[in-house]
Each structure stands twice: as C-alpha cells, then as structure tokens.
Design a protein around this ligand. Sequence first.
Ligand SMILES: [Zn+2]
Length: 431
Amino acid sequence: MNIHFWGATVEVTGSMTFLDLPDGLVMIDCGLAQGLPEVEKINLMPLPYPVSEIKAVIITHAHLDHSGYLPRLVKKGFRGTIFCTPATAKLMRIILLDSAKLNEDGFYEVEDVEQTLHQVKTHEWDEKFDILGAWASFFPAGHILGASSVLIKSQGKRIVFSGDLGRNDDPILPPLAPCPKADIVIMESTYGGKVRSGNLEQELHSFLVKVARESRVGIIASFAVARGQTLLTLIHDFYERHPEEKVRVVMDSPMMKEANKVYQQYAHLTKFKEDLYSALDDVDSIDFQKEWTSLSHKSGPLIILSSSGMLSGGRIARHLYNWREDKRAILFLPGYQGVGTPGRSMQEGKRQLLSPTGEIFEWTGEVLSSEAFSSHADQNGLLNWIETNNKDSKVFLLHGEPSSKVALQNKLKETGLNQVELPSRGSSFAL
Ligand SMILES: [Zn+2]
C-alpha cells in the first residue's frame, strides 16, 4: 500500500493526499490552494494521477482548502463516491456554491457543484463503512461543525488522517476525540510551533463593552461559516449575562445566515445544544436594500458582523466605506489574517481599503485585532491529541509553515515519537 503526498505539503492550504486501497485509489481531502496568486496557481497544475484512476474521495471537513477542488475533479470526469459526515455535507454545499460564484474563469460552475453534491454519501461519527476493499470511520476533530478525522483500516494497517484539529477549549464545540491507536498518522501542524496566549472571550467582551458604553459603531470581520456562528453565540451568551451592555447586532452576510441554519439543525453536536437556536436567532439580518439604506445613517451603539473575515471582498467593504470618516468606529479583526490580505495590512498599521466600487479610501477609525480566535489546536493540543495512544506510530506532518512543522517534529521526538516525516509534494511512501 502506498501513500502519495500532494497538497498542503509545501503550502498550508490545498489539502490532497492519495492512498491506494485494495480496490483502487482514494483521495483524502480535495482542497483548493488559497492565498497569494503564486500559491493559487497550484490549482491549475495537473494532478499526479489521471482522474479515471481516482475511485473515491474522503472529505474531513467543509473548509474550502479541504473540499474546494471537488467540483473541479467532477468537472474533469470524477464520478466516484465522496464520503463525509452529514453536517460536513450541508456546510460544503454552502461553501462550494459560493466558490463557484467567485470563480469567474470557468474553473467550475454551479452545475459542477450540483453534480458533486449528488455523489456525496454521508456517515455519522464512529460508523464503519466499506471503501474500496478497506473500511473507514470518522471521529470528531472539533475545528468546525461536522469536522472529522478519519481512521482507515486496510491490509492489516491502521492509518489515521487528522484533517484540521480543533481546540479542546473551543467556545461552542465539544473537545475532540484523541487519535486512536494507529500504525501511521498523517496530521496537521498549522500551530505546531505555537502555544496560544490571549483569552478569546475576554477580548470579545472588552470590544462589546467599549461599543456599548461609548456608543460606538463596531464592525466585526468574520468568516461566514464557523467563525460567524461562534461569534454570534458568544455575543448572545454575553448579553444574556450582562443585559445592561446589550446593543443592536446586525448580520450582513447571506452565507452566514445559511450557515446559521445548518448549525441550528446540528445544534446537538455543539456544547450549547438547543440554546444555540436562540443564540443564532438573536440578530437582525440585512436581506434587502432598504434595510441597508436605513442602517447606513445610524450611529452607535451598533454592532455589525460581516464578511469576508480578511476583508478581501464581501459585503464588509460597504460598512467600512460608509463609516470611513467616523474616527470613533471600531474595526474588530478576530483571528489570523493571511499574508497579502487587506486584513493583514490593517493589522500592520496601513489604513487604505477598497470601496465596493473599487475606489481607494482611508479608514480613520480604530482597529482592534485578536489572535486568540482560532479554530485550530495549538502545539499542546496537537501533542495531546497524538500522544495518548500513539508512542510507536509513524507520523507525517502536513499543513504547516516549514518552521511549524520542524517545531512540532522536534516536540514529537522529545516525547519519544521518532519516526516523524515532513513529506514534500509528490513524495510517496510504502506503508
Ligand atoms: Zn479547516
């Protein structure tokens, strides 16, 4: 049995790994490379195998860098089964349809997404399913709703793919399941070199209090899926406990609204259970132009939640442009801002942004950012995940900057895990 590494080896995104099972080739995750233009060029490279040889795909979670290449694979003729959990299938629908709309160069179309969704077969966590002469099962990985790691058993070997691993102290998702005993573990290492500091709830609360007590306009840049639901839940929870601080909260993202519905449908998978329903309903939504027109004349206290999370497109631009001259307005950037994104340049102290019509303007308000908002395990989380059951496993690290991978490799060696590889794009190993 061979494993063939492809995506997320040199880059952090574009997860794609191939494993040859007894009855054919399976691809584990099928993600888009995202980021700077030179990184995104990877999406146009040919795959290492003809599409006709790929018989099935396993998707660990809905994020675009794990599922976003699927419609392209389907457009190229892939007609095999795509396995994932039910919640992942629902979120993937939202994410892939949005991606099809953003891809204007014919990379894939809405019809390719529809066809992709027809090929999906879902399995709950811990449910064994047959796949190409082997069996597999998903287990919880935290991170975002439905996110899973996957255990594959083939030819007497147990192989685990971590997918993206969440944090044990995630505000709305329960802790992840530890890695089961395995001969081979392929794991992510995004924060392999970092122990997280900062308190996410505290940083959000001080922002909310500032907006309320000083009657300011606060604009939060959020990803529509997962981050949006976490923020809305935390805001609602804070207001329940501190009704005196409550101000109007407006969500301006149709995609976030749709993702809210999926989170509500699968509320039983979150820590809040049925309380998540009310939390995600406790927000005004901008659905029509007239709502936006009336909001645009308002002053604080007011909180607006909009996308994109890194200010690269989306409806947030109209809010920033509208309140650009309000020196008391606050832009809150919760979470990592990618290199080359407008969000990153704001963090670095630059203040130029693009309006919805493409004109450059200056943001004169305050900018707050928090590194504490991350849906990934930090170094300690990653070590705890693998250490419990796997002192003798062979480990391959993916999904990390080179320095993160090396840092995690060293830490794993300190704990007695000596067989830790950092595979490169195109490298393959016999298992
Ligand atoms: Zn992810």
